[in-house]
Design a protein around this ligand. Structure first.
Ligand code: SF4
Length: 415
């Protein structure tokens, strides 16, 4: 990872964020992690970082899709200092923004607004941007994303890479940017081979921003880590998503996991951080990442994460690795950061990473309909894990997912 480059990261702001964090920490010492903190600057805008070379500055924390009680969640997130907001056609949360902008037109210019859709071909984007503007009730989008690039809706990873590299994609992206309807073009990606997408984006120079599924303990020499470096070196803004979220250890952790983790990672206890706050600090320690998009669903989650952003200071590598070990030890369910080596090791065509991801949607995120819908889209052989060597899959998985425990649940809940 190249941290010596200048010009891409606003180091002054980075250090200021640390200083503000220290000041914030002093005023928060009586609060338990995750509790509402009555800091004097509780409603000030959160620390920001540059978003690649877009010229945008974004808060460390992005409000992801809330899906329930969206009107209230958006306003609360804004009131607590978040200025980066994520939505998408499929989330059906855009009308809440329209209502918000109609009630308070000044809000629009104070936030960075990201929305997404799934064009099958580049020219579809022209119509889609117009539709999103209409649904959002605004005359510009800050960043328009191709949603879940690499997924089967695009015909898979190879077709997605080909689309990114096509002259037509460049022409359409330029046309949209010149129109001002969307200032920047990007994509979100959780595909196991998303490194290919990042590399293509770095090489073509058409993409401004990428939101990617990310873990703070990526292997240095992994394809994804190298692709992140390539994208970052070209000034592409990077946002982390699906980083584990509040569901890392379950919404209601079993036993005294939180205590155990705080013992294993003393920095958390010293800073009075909850486990999830520690994970956010680990993510923000990677200077290539401008913001973490978190689907905060209630005021408690917003308070906890905003508190983490205000008190951010980089973590030591040893602390991040301890966090990783604790995460692995507590039965993670979400596949996050690699190339699908589990299926190869297991000798199966079943998409073990996707199966566990959809299970996470169902059991941890509460997105039961989406989980079943995504599962139903898989080909029969992608669902059939019979005969797979699940111990070999677990050994190959960087997060040591316990497939023997998880896959029967996939069949029970999603089939
Ligand atoms: S090995 Fe683990 S992280 Fe990689 S695709 Fe499989 S489940 Fe996901």
């Amino acid at each position: 990872m190249n941290h010596d480059r200048t010009g891409r990261i606003d180091r002054r702001r980075f250090l200021q964020a640390g200083a503000a964090a220290t000041a914030g920490a002093a005023s928060l010492t009586t609060s338990s992690p995750g509790q509402e903190a009555a800091a004097p600057n509780d409603t000030a805008v959160l620390p920001k970082r540059k978003l690649g070379k877009t010229g945008l500055e974004v808060t460390l924390l992005e409000q992801g899709a809330a899906r329930r009680d969206t009107d209230r969640v958006l306003r609360f997130a804004f009131a607590r200092g978040i200025r980066l907001f994520d939505t998408a056609k499929v989330y059906r949360t855009e009308p809440s923004f329209k209502k918000w902008f109609a009630q308070d037109p000044a809000i629009r210019k104070q936030i960075v607004l990201v929305t997404k859709d799934m064009p099958r071909k580049p020219s579809d984007m022209l119509r889609m941007v117009d539709q999103r503007l209409d649904t959002l009730g605004t005359d510009y989008i800050d960043v328009f994303f191709l949603h879940g690039l690499g997924d089967r809706e695009y015909g898979g990873i190879d077709k997605s890479v080909a689309m990114l590299r096509s002259p037509e994609f460049r022409q359409v992206a330029d046309r949209i940017r010149e129109s001002g309807k969307a200032k920047f073009i990007g994509f979100s990606a959780h595909h196991p081979e998303r490194a290919q997408l990042l590399q293509a984006a770095a090489e073509t120079g058409v993409i401004d921003v990428i939101m990617l599924q990310y873990r703070p303990w990526l292997e240095k020499e992994s394809a994804l880590n190298r692709a992140i470096d390539a994208a970052w070196n070209k000034g592409i803004g990077l946002i982390s998503m699906k980083q584990i979220a509040n569901q890392a250890f379950g919404d209601k952790p079993r036993g005294n996991i939180l205590e155990e983790v705080q013992q294993r990672v003393p920095a958390l206890a010293e800073r009075k951080l909850s486990v999830f706050q520690g994970l956010l600090h680990a993510i923000w320690t990677d200077e290539r990442i401008s913001a973490a998009c978190v689907s905060m669903r209630n005021t408690e989650q917003i308070r906890e994460n905003v508190d983490a952003a205000r008190r951010f200071e980089p973590l030591k590598t040893a602390d991040i690795l301890n966090l990783r070990d604790e995460f692995r030890a507590h039965n993670p369910t979400l596949c996050a950061d690699c190339d699908g080596r589990c299926s190869l090791a297991a000798g199966t065509k079943a998409e073990l990473g996707n199966l566990t991801r959809f299970l996470t949607y169902f059991t941890r995120y509460g997105d039961r309909v989406a989980a079943r819908r995504e599962y139903a889209k898989l080909a029969a052989e992608a669902r059939d894990w019979s005969g797979a060597d699940l111990e070999a899959a677990r050994a190959a998985c960087p997060d040591r997912l316990d497939f023997a425990r998880l896959l029967p649940q996939v069949d029970e809940y999603l089939a």
